[in-house]
Write a protein that binds this ligand. Structure first.
Ligand SMILES: [Zn+2]
Length: 295
């Protein structure tokens, strides 16, 4: 089925609309990339935002460097469409980090010295914070001797969880953590269950101990949403906010708990369910003004 307005089939249309939404909510990063393409850095590190936003912006970067239009990305030319469909010959998508093998990095190194088929070869590594030491070291060598026409993009929730040697060789772009992209229905349900537990102390542990426990990506998005709600509650914008009426002292504690949860979720081999249980109990204690909280 084809959409009359855009000429795209429905699947393409969804991806088109999603990317448009990301570019709108992360327009600051997109316009920065438009300037950066004049002299592209060897390695970009995209941190913050959601996993989907980071990936969409890495594709935007690939389009920026390869679009046929000088003012690009046009989203319509051959390279733009192929990159959107992840079918571009010079686009290499690796990750998540813990699944990247040293052999893959070495294999890519053999082609770095060759000219890209089009303008720029882009290597994107999702969840780069989960890279193991061996592939990370091999990657480091590639960053030190990148060869012309190669651009690396590392995606990670936060720079602190990456090897510092990779961070120091990257140009860092921090996506807005206050994305106005709404959750999908499932994530909205998960978030409302956490919110209910934070208010009443009931329900959430069924979720974290059950079959449909949140995965790491969902957990990070939920933590980002909590941070967003906390900021909005400080601005007193919305009385239906999760943290509405939180005292300044409790707000400070909640901020600290969210920061620690975010840090833990960026670590390798972490038990996401335990982090989310710890987070829920911490929120509940602080929102109900228990005297004994010690976080
Ligand atoms: Zn284009």
């Amino acid at each position: 089925m084809t959409n009359a307005a855009t000429g795209l089939n429905m699947q393409d249309h969804e991806s088109f609309m999603w990317n448009k939404q990301v570019l709108k909510s992360q327009s600051r990063i997109a316009s920065f990339m438009d300037k950066l393409k004049i002299s592209p850095p060897n390695c970009l590190l995209l941190e913050g935002g959601s996993p989907g936003e980071r990936k969409a912006l890495s594709l935007y970067w690939a389009m920026s460097l390869n679009c046929r239009s000088a003012r690009g990305p046009c989203h319509e030319c051959g390279p733009c469409v192929q990159i959107r469909d992840e079918a571009f010959r010079d686009l290499h998508l690796l990750g998540p980090g813990d699944k990247v093998k040293i052999g893959q990095i070495r294999e890519l190194r053999t082609i770095y010295s060759q000219k890209p088929h089009f303008s720029w070869r882009i290597v994107v590594i999702a969840d780069a914070q989960a890279l193991r030491a061996e592939p990370a070291n091999a990657l480091l060598k590639s960053l030190e001797e990148p060869g012309p026409g190669n651009s690396f993009v590392l995606l990670s929730p936060q720079r602190e969880s990456l090897f510092s040697t990779l961070v120091s060789r990257s140009c860092i772009l921090t996506l807005s953590r206050q994305s106005d992209i709404s959750f999908d229905e499932e994530l909205e349900t998960v978030f409302s269950e956490l919110a209910q537990f934070a208010r009443t102390g009931t329900g959430w542990l069924d979720r974290t101990s059950g079959k449909n426990k949140p995965d790491a990506d969902q957990a990070r998005q939920i933590v980002s949403r909590c941070k967003q709600e906390l900021i909005l509650s400080m601005l007193q914008k919305n009385s239906s906010n999760l943290f509405h009426r939180l005292s300044p002292a409790a707000g400070y504690q909640v901020q600290s708990i969210l920061k620690q949860a975010e840090h833990c979720l960026g670590l390798n081999n972490i038990r996401v369910d335990l982090v989310m249980e710890w987070l829920a109990v911490g929120l509940w204690k602080n929102m109900n003004q228990r005297d004994e909280y010690v976080y």
